[in-house]
Write a protein that binds this ligand. Structure first.
Ligand SMILES: C[S@@+](CC[C@H](N)C(=O)[O-])C[C@H]1O[C@@H](n2cnc3c(N)ncnc32)[C@H](O)[C@@H]1O
Length: 252
């Protein structure tokens, strides 16, 4: 067997080829309570961060066709916001590796009457089953740090975007406000795993979450990775004191 090297699952060092299976177990376990937990854990703030991403996507209100690929799109939060904000020819494909997260998303889409505008498709962000230059925009929210081979996912996003298309990524980042950093650290490590245990019954899943946030590259380093995938005019914007960063790059 070819050795793919080592990576991190939270703070644990593990063989690269084991990471996806471990990540899949986390999201299988929490899928049914995932949306509730996001609200509880972030006190609703994740909604504002997702709104900021969708404002940057800026789907056309007109009848102009617009195709968005939401990678690691899970239960559909980004997709629903874009479908609600866009015109009648705005279509969103949610691509996620986890069937359980997609099933929750598909049920939510049906309740909102959005089945025609949002498609839920199982796939790996590292190896997309879409033709080159298919989408006008590709997003990934709180997904990239779970993908074992980030560079592959970035170059796949680049490949499936049309020329002139935009890549947008929302991810936890590094808090840079004195005082808030200490508070955030305490909240992350003392409170989140406990709240996760109460709400989802899976403490380890939320221990992984806080550790994986700390292991994710700092925003400038991640911006460099986006650039190396071929994107141009790469930039990022810290939100909520750097708890989260919104990254952007264009395929020009
Ligand atoms: C924290 S959730 C984010 C879900 C959604 N984007 C949101 O913001 O609510 C991370 C998602 O990444 C998905 N994921 C992990 N590895 C993936 C991969 N290699 N390809 C596609 N999706 C992946 C998980 O299944 C999970 O649904």
């Amino acid at each position: 067997m070819q050795n793919g090297g080592e990576t991190h699952f939270g703070y644990q060092s593990i063989p690269l080829e084991e990471k996806q299976g471990r990540v899949d177990d986390v999201f299988h376990s929490v899928a049914r309570r995932y949306d509730l937990m996001n609200d509880v854990m972030s006190a609703g703030l994740h909604r504002a961060w997702k709104d900021a991403l969708v404002t940057a996507v800026n789907p056309p209100k007109s009848t102009r066709p617009f195709k968005l690929l939401d990678l690691a799109g899970g239960t559909g939060d980004i997709a629903f916001r874009v479908a609600d904000g866009g015109g009648p020819n705005t279509h969103v494909t949610v691509c996620d590796i986890n069937a359980e997260m997609l099933a929750v998303g598909a049920e939510r889409a049906e309740k909102r009457g959005l089945e025609g505008l949002v498609a839920f498709e199982q796939g790996n962000a590292e190896e997309l089953g879409y033709a080159d230059r298919t989408f006008d925009c590709a997003t990934i929210a709180f997904g990239i740090r779970n993908v074992p081979r980030i560079e592959r996912a970035l170059s796949e996003a680049y490949r499936v975007l049309k020329i002139g298309g935009r890549f947008l990524c929302l991810e936890f980042s590094a808090v840079d406000v004195p005082g808030l950093d200490r508070l955030y650290e305490l909240y992350s490590f003392q409170a989140i795993p406990r709240i996760g245990a109460m709400v989802t019954g899976d403490r380890e899943a939320y221990q992984y979450l806080v550790e994986s946030v700390r292991k994710f590259p700092r925003p400038k380093i991640f911006a460099g990775m986006i650039e190396r995938a071929g994107f141009r005019r790469v930039s990022f914007r810290p939100l909520s004191g750097g708890i989260v960063a919104l990254h952007s790059g264009w395929k020009l």
